[in-house]
Design a binder for this molecule. Structure first.
Ligand code: RP5
Length: 162
């Protein structure tokens, strides 16, 4: 019983507001895979499936999740709603949008009230990538092997290789 729970345990949850965010979420996924991070991906919406979103946020810590990445666009309340229901670090990624070029998503993700932080990344796919790196940096605080991988990655970046 305990063993199967441990096998299912993931360190990072990638949550997206809609299937239409999948392309960006795949960028996050790709980098987490590069760092060998155990993750899961799920579509949950602060507006379309609010009860399931809150349930996920409330159970995340007990599930063993350590960092939550939330990608959402337009009135992007997903990261904020999740942060309202957990003390785990929540990284928000504002999705690019057709009408307002992601400024709508950016403002709704970044403008959180005091005491309920969301670490807001850049708009779109760059933000999706940085969310993964940021999650790895958080996990690296307790995992030496990740620290080494991040240092190697920084060295590659210095050579213009990212
Ligand atoms: C948000 O609205 C989603 O995160 C997505 O970025 C945006 C559009 O969603 P769809 O109408 O394409 O499902 O909730």
């Amino acid at each position: 019983m305990e063993e199967s729970k441990a096998m299912k345990q993931v360190d990072v949850a990638i949550i997206m507001g809609s299937k239409s965010d999948l392309e960006a979420a795949k960028e996050t996924e790709r980098i987490l895979k590069e760092f060998d991070i155990k993750y899961k991906m799920k579509v949950l919406s602060a507006h379309r499936t609010p009860d399931q979103t809150v349930k996920f946020a409330k159970n995340a810590e007990e599930e063993g999740i350590k960092v939550i990445i939330a990608l959402a666009g337009k009135a992007a309340h997903l990261a904020g709603v999740i942060a309202a229901h957990t003390i785990l670090p929540v990284i928000g990624v504002p999705m690019d949008t057709k009408d307002l070029k992601g400024i709508d998503s950016l403002f709704s993700t970044v403008q959180m009230p005091a005491g309920v932080p969301v670490a807001c990344m850049t708009i779109g796919k760059v933000g999706a990538k940085n969310a993964a790196y940021y999650a790895v940096e958080i996990l690296a605080l307790k995992e030496k092997v990740l620290k080494e991988r991040l240092n190697r990655h920084k060295e590659e970046g210095a050579k213009g290789g990212i």
